[in-house]
Ligand binder design. Structure first.
Ligand SMILES: Nc1ncnc2c1ncn2[C@@H]1O[C@H](COP(=O)(O)OP(=O)(O)O)[C@@H](O)[C@H]1O
Ligand SMILES: CC(C)(COP(=O)(O)O)[C@@H](O)C(=O)NCCC(=O)O
Length: 331
């Protein structure tokens, strides 16, 4: 009788090799070493986004070790740049190699996962290190196409998807900062009017560290029309963080934030969402649920989550918003 070969139990338990080392919150928090906590509870409160749960314990256990790691990375990267400058000598002139090149950090994750809070806490902590006091934070929403343009392209229900951005301008913006240009400007997005603010620009002036936060910052570049590989935004990153959580938890956070915004920001007469203060809470939440299910969740599944494996560090949050597990790229 022919029997199929039994699978050895050893084979079944074999894991695929991973470039990450997984750490529990406790293991990670022990790595802060003796780094002092430079923020007060009041400062943390001010940096916190609506609906986000973050306190001094979270800053101490999760973000202090990260600021220590980043400080080590900044110094090591600067050493590498020095080596490159020595190698290039005069040949590097005019290619930005001689100028103080900022260290660039990408922060990615779904809508409502709390990436803005993570990015703001990191900015505040990193700015306390004497080696790199000038830390700028930029969100990618300034590079969304204006509503008029989204309408013309039939993209109004694709806001936040890669095609809803001027990706070339975003990449150029970061490339210019990294090349050491004295002043680089970007358009400004307003959640209030749900659109780009006409005529407004933000200016970035030679920071030591630049944090770029947004849904799609880890997306690879699309190939050019001629099939050639283009340089993408993430190619300029020296380090990247992906803020991760279960989609069901993020939906709950999105809905509870919508409920809070309905009581606050949406009340503003110029708010695009004011109409949801005029209907019942149930109707407003139905709308928010539709936004989540038809725009933000599909974008998370199709575009954002697939980029998680490109991050240097993945912060995995539990249902209470607290980071439970971290995966750090070691290879
Ligand atoms: N409709 C809105 N009106 C006002 N503020 C908003 C609105 N939607 C989101 N925000 C705020 O904008 C910021 C970015 O939100 P979002 O892109 O969902 O990313 P995240 O929650 O991961 O930081 C958050 O601080 C959030 O509170
Ligand atoms: C502005 C956003 C696209 C996020 O932009 P980001 O800064 O991540 O590039 C997002 O917060 C948003 O408004 N999405 C549209 C759907 C919604 O309002 O939920």
């Amino acid at each position: 009788m022919i029997t199929s070969p039994a699978r050895s139990p050893q084979r079944r338990t074999e894991h695929a090799p991973t470039p990450y080392v997984d750490l529990s919150r406790d293991e990670w928090s022990a790595l802060r070493d003796k780094t002092p906590l430079p923020l007060t509870a009041d400062e943390v409160e001010r940096l916190r986004g609506l609906g986000d749960v973050i306190d001094l314990d979270e800053v101490r256990d999760v973000y202090l070790p990260l600021s220590r790691l980043l400080n080590l990375y900044v110094q090591a990267t600067s050493g590498l740049r020095g080596a490159l400058n020595t190698f290039l000598g005069d040949a590097g002139n005019g290619h930005g190699a001689q100028r103080g090149t900022p260290f660039v950090i990408g922060v990615a994750g779904s809508v409502a996962v709390g990436k803005s809070t993570s990015a703001r806490i990191l900015q505040a902590l990193l700015a306390r290190w004497p080696e790199h006091p000038r830390v700028e934070l930029v969100t990618t929403d300034g590079f969304l196409l204006p509503m008029k343009e989204l309408r013309a392209r039939g993209l109004t229900s694709r806001k936040g998807f890669p095609e809803s951005y001027d990706r070339r301008a975003l990449t150029r913006f970061v490339a210019d900062i990294k090349a050491g240009k004295d002043e680089v400007t970007a358009p400004v997005y307003s959640h209030l009017i749900y659109d780009i603010v006409p005529g407004e620009r933000l200016t970035v002036r030679r920071p030591d560290i630049l944090i770029v936060e947004g849904l799609n910052v880890l997306q690879p570049a699309l190939p050019g029309k001629d099939g050639r590989t283009r340089v993408g935004l993430a190619d300029y990153f020296d380090f990247s963080v992906y803020v991760d959580a279960r989609a069901e938890d993020i939906e709950t956070w999105y809905l509870s934030r919508f409920r809070k915004l309905r009581d606050t920001a949406f009340q503003d007469p110029s708010s695009y969402f004011r109409k949801y203060t005029q209907v019942s809470e149930e109707e407003a939440l139905d709308y928010a649920r539709t936004m989540w299910r038809t725009i933000n969740k599909p974008n998370l599944m199709e575009n954002v989550a697939p980029t998680r494996g490109r991050a240097t560090l993945v912060l995995r949050k539990g249902p209470d918003h607290k980071v439970q597990k971290l995966s750090l790229r070691k290879l």
